[in-house]
Design a protein around this ligand. Structure first.
Ligand code: PLP
Length: 375
């Protein structure tokens, strides 16, 4: 059988088996609508409540502060639009390296007259608190900075940025889609008003996520309709997926330290092997980064070509040089960190997950060594 190595865990992760098993009854047997008053709806309603409590506990929130959504994109759209559209001419401050769910939501806000300021980042891909301090004005209503970058893994100084926003009476949102389930998150300690998460990034099912909304945060509903999610996000709840998300998050949170050590070791092994093989490369991102998120630039090479050859070797990685499969421009993140074109165009992202092994990492390193000679 052809070897298959999945090393694109920042794109999505394999569904946890316990999460899958927990979901099954709610797809096949307990399919009642949690909003109904009869006894058949009792179990789904109870499970929904339990899932909310489990998820809240994982990030030190209250259950009433967890709002289920269809994933990271919806949570990000809701945070940006739900806060901004509540205010007249509100200014938004975000960073140049956000995911497109934030950047394109900001674009919509800009189109209808809400000014947006985009914070620059250092060469390591980190927002500088002093810059936020210098651009915040009386018109600023929301600051949104991601917790950890999906392309290069850099972790942002969220608490510091949040403190600056609050000092100026401004709400703070963080897109923590890459961080939740991988890094200890305590919303009370961070002080954020809003936080986005997506289940499929932490071994939960796809198409489900949540937005943490701190009690008392003034926000407009995302979807109008029924009274689900305290009438802020109408629509019959995706019970099975919500339950799968809760099981997956709890499991990941219980093994965060172990998982992080495992990924840090694999990452060190990959970098060590590439150096030992004399493969010329640089690694992008900050020292403080998501374990296992490895953005590598091979000078003078073509990242797209490397990705396709690795695919032929049975290895899934993604290219850091393209915004998406049709756009071959250097990505906005690599541009924002000022990466020279000869490096930027030769960039791939290897993102390791809890199922990857040392043997797989050795195979990836070997393939990259071969490609270095072939390309
Ligand atoms: N934000 C970040 C940082 C992401 O990495 C992603 C997905 O790649 C999203 C938002 C979108 O999440 P979803 O795929 O759940 O819509």
């Amino acid at each position: 059988m052809k070897r298959f190595i999945y090393a694109d865990n920042a794109a999505t992760t394999k569904l946890d088996i316990d999460a899958f098993e927990a979901m099954k009854p709610y797809l096949l047997d307990e399919y009642g609508n949690a909003s109904q008053p009869y006894s058949f709806a009792r179990q789904p309603k109870k499970a929904l409540k339990e899932a909310r409590t489990i998820i809240a506990k994982c990030i030190n929130a209250s259950p009433g502060e967890i709002y289920f959504t269809s994933g990271g994109t919806e949570s990000d759209n809701w945070a940006i639009k739900g806060i901004t559209f509540n205010n007249v001419k509100a200014q938004i401050i975000t960073s140049q390296i956000e995911h497109h769910a934030i950047l394109n939501s900001c674009k919509v806000a800009e189109m209808i007259g809400f000014p947006v300021t985009y914070l620059s980042v250092t060469r390591q891909g980190v927002v500088e608190p002093a810059e936020l301090e210098s651009v915040i004005t009386n018109a600023t209503k929301l600051v949104s900075v991601m917790y950890a970058n999906n392309e290069i893994g850099s972790i942002q100084p969220i608490k510091e940025l949040c403190d600056i926003a609050h000092k100026n009476g401004v709400l703070f949102h963080t897109d923590a889609v890459q961080a939740v389930g991988h890094i200890h998150i305590d919303v009370k300690e961070l002080g954020v008003n809003l936080l986005s998460a997506s289940a499929h990034k932490f071994n939960g099912p796809k198409g489900v996520g949540f937005l943490y909304i701190k009690n008392g945060t003034p926000i407009q509903p995302y979807a109008n309709g029924g009274s689900q999610e305290s009438s802020l996000r109408a629509g019959t709840e995706n019970i099975a997926s919500i339950i799968g998300m809760a099981v997956a998050l709890k499991k990941n949170c219980e093994q965060i330290n172990k998982m992080s050590r495992h990924l840090t070791n694999l990452e060190a092994e990959l970098l060590h092997l590439l150096k030992a093989y004399n493969v010329p490369f640089i690694r992008n991102g900050a020292d403080n980064h998501l374990a296992g998120n490895i953005s590598l630039s091979f000078p003078g090479k073509d990242g797209e070509a490397i990705m396709h050859i690795l695919d032929l070797h049975g290895i899934c990685v993604s290219t850091g040089a393209a915004c998406d499969s049709v756009n071959t421009e250097v990505s906005h993140v690599l541009q924002a960190i000022g990466l020279q074109e000869k490096y930027a165009k030769g960039t791939i992202r290897v993102s390791l997950g809890r199922n990857n092994t040392s043997e797989e990492v050795q195979h990836i390193a070997n393939s990259l060594r071969q490609i270095e000679y072939d390309l």
